[in-house]
Structure formats: C-alpha cells, structure tokens
Design a protein around this ligand. Sequence first.
Ligand code: 5AD
Ligand code: SF4
Length: 471
Amino acid sequence: MTDKPQQNQKKLYIKTWGCQMNVYDSHRISDVLKPLGYALSDTPENADMIVLNTCHIREKATEKVFSELGRLKPHKEKRQAETGERTLLAVAGCVAQAEGDIITQRAPYVDLVFGPQTYHRLPEMVAKLTGARQKKRLIDTDFPVESKFDHLPEEHNSQGAAAFLSIQEGCDKFCTFCVVPYTRGAEYSRSVQSILDEAHKLVDHGAKEINVLGQNVNAYHGDGLDGKAADLPDLLSALSEINGLERLRYTTSHPRDMDDRLIQAHGDLGKLMPFLHLPIQSGSDKILDEMNRKHTSDHYREIIQKLKKVRPDLAMSSDIIVGFPGESDQDFEDTMTLIRDITFVSCYSFKYSARPGTPAASMQNLIREDVKSERLSRLQTLLSEQQYTYNKTFMGQTIPVLFDRKGKEGHKSAGFIQGRSEYNHAIHVKGNERLIGQIIDIHVTETRPSSLTGDVVTSEYDSSHLKVAQL
Ligand code: 5AD
Ligand code: SF4
C-alpha cells in the first residue's frame, strides 16, 4: 500500500468491529474506494469519509456504534463549518444490514448505510453523494435472498466450503473381512491434472477445504504433471499451491502406505490439517495377521511416533473391529492397550460381521454375539473418555473454524452455524449465517463428548490495522 500524498487525495478512516470477516470486508471497502482517490488515514480527524464497519453479534456492539456516531457528529459539523468540506459518514456491516432504518432515524446525520452484500456498488454510491447533484443520504442494504452459491449451477462443483474430491478407487489390500476389493475392484488413481482441474472448480465455487477420497487413498499413484507417476505427497503439495484453498485432508488410509514422504508432508504442508484417520482394526498381532492387514501393532505405533515428531499436535482417528474370528480375551486386551497408548480423538468401532465371499466368512472360532457386544461396549467407553478428555483441553482456547452449514430447523442445532476445527471437531456457534464459507476464530465456551460450542472472537480495529496488514 502506498500512501504518498497525491493531488485530490482524500482521507478515508475505517473503524472495524467484529471478526476476521469484517476485517477482510474493511480491506475490500478500502480497495474499492482507492480508485476514487481515497487513502487510508489513521485518525478520523479531517477524514473525507469515515466508515464504521459494524458487528451485530452482541447487543452492546450496536450501542457502541451509536456512541461512536455521537462522538463523530460534532467532528463532521465542525469540519463543515470551518472548511465547507463534507465528511461522508457511513455505517457498514451487520448492524447496517439489520438496523439500517433505525440508524437513519437515530442518527440522521449519517450519509450512507450499506450492507455486506453491496460493497461492489460503493463507488457508485459515493459518486452519487459527492457528485454535482449531491444526494443527501443513501441506504443500500439489499440482501440477495439466495446465497452466492445459489447463483451457481447445481452441479458437483458446488459443494460449499468443505468439499470432497475422489482421487482413487478400489483396493488391492484384500483384508480378509472386507468386500471392497471384490466390489470396487483393483486400485485405480486419477491423473494429477484431472484432480487439479476439479479442485480449481471446487475452489472457484467456494471450497476452502478439500478432503481427497479413496478406499485406500494413500496408495494413490496417478499420472503426474511431468508424465511420471505421482504419489499422494506429490498430489498434496500440488493441491497446496491452489490460491484460496486453505485446508487439505485425505481419507481413508492404510498403515502400509504411510511412507516417510507422506509422514514428512504432515510437517511440511501447512495446509494439511493436523487430523489423520488411519484404521488399525485390532491391537493384536495375531488378529492383524488373520485379517491380512500386512502390518503389526508396533509398526502402527512407529508410524504415529514419526508423525508426531513432524506434527506434534496431530490428532488421530481410527477404525476398530471387535470379535473377529479367534479374538481371545487377551487379543481384545491388546487392542485396549493400543488405544490407551495411542489416544484417539475419534474412532469408529464395529462388531465383526461376516461378509459373504470374503475369506473371513469361512473362518472357524466365531465369537459369541454377547461377547462381541460386551467388548464393543468397553471399547466405546474408553474411546468416548479419550475423546471427551481431548475435547476438554480446548476449553477457553481460540481456534480457527471453517463454517460450512447452518443448524437444522427443528433440531437442537437450529439457530446455530456449524463448522469444523483444524482437528476436525464439530463446532456449533451462535453466529451470522454470512460466516458460512469462512474460516473464523472461535473462543471455545463449552466442551462436550463429541462437539464444541463457542463464540465468534470479535474486536475493535482502526484504519492502522488495515494499513499494517496491507504492507
Ligand atoms: N465387519 C465389521 N466391520 C467391518 N469393516 C469392514 N468390513 C467389516 C466387517 N466385515 C469396517 C472396518 C473398515 C470400516 C470402513 O468398516 O473397520 O475400516
Ligand atoms: Fe482395502 Fe480397507 Fe478393505 Fe482392507 S479394509 S481391503 S485396506 S478397503
């Protein structure tokens, strides 16, 4: 940002309340006004235009706006009396959107009220207020009934803020309990180019997060951009380059394919989220062998150790089967020990059930249903405790959340907006729907076994904040 004084340069002062979204909007306001000769000023003194970019999240915020307006009124009048210059006083943001009429009633000296959806019309509005046939006052708080995504064709590309992208199908691992290798066939990977093309489209349609999917996703081996084979770390680093894409995840992985390059990617790629779903299935080496998992419990522990070395805050998730044929009490206890050693922040657990056509379906030593149920219940109690203990460590913390939906009507989530932390927590927040699609800082106020609740972090900023950010 260059602030060299120019002829006809006008001073713009912006005071911002609220979350990062509003700070971002203030940047946009200053950007669209730049071609009209407005340069940011640190103080409201002698400003030609003052914008109060407001936040509606707490009631006090509205009162703060009115008291700020009360302070600015004599400023505006004095400047007019002494220099004959008009100071444009504008109220923007969520208070403007929600209470535009009240503002003009309570503060009739305000020249312009505009909502968050109308910034692109700001130069036109300012021109109308300052041009030859000066308008006294303007209000533009149009709010499109549809969200911006609704303008886009109903197609695969518009999945919203958190999107899925299938990069690989099928599986060659042949775990003895699993039907996937028979139903989905051999592993097939898409080319890097076709994945990048789709990722760009998703981002153009509002995706901030992409979760690349495959039955055995870390066995990915597609054609690379250079014609050579590319593996998952290659693909993830290519995806990381996409502007506007802030978060990457991949699901579901096999421990055998967690090679050192992929592990290192968790340390190197800032956009790769610190959450990994890596199914173990059992903590007993005897059962892992019977399952044809091609790894031992120690191998799994070693992978986690290496991952935590490059990404200490990595949160682990898994899949576990109890009651696989031949699973003894000791085998089950080995699974419990492994869970205690690793600590999972979330985990899917299943009672084994025979799938026709799989090798395990003809195994002997079946486990009684009541034993399976008892084991599953003990296992789930332990997993829930781990998850809740982990969630409680977030109490009072400030964490970035990508909001991707609003709560369901008639459900307890009604009235909330919902999103995910970097560690994949489900988060509920009382907040404006316009935050959906954005990554916003949240202050965690309540922790529950499987979700967190919080408040949007808000603050007050003057123009200097915007200038520093622009340097
Ligand atoms: N019985 C129980 N759980 C199974 N899974 C797959 N096949 C079976 C089965 N026959 C579980 C595994 C897998 C997850 C997707 O489903 O834990 O990782
Ligand atoms: Fe493949 Fe996973 Fe099924 Fe094993 S459990 S065969 S790795 S899809």
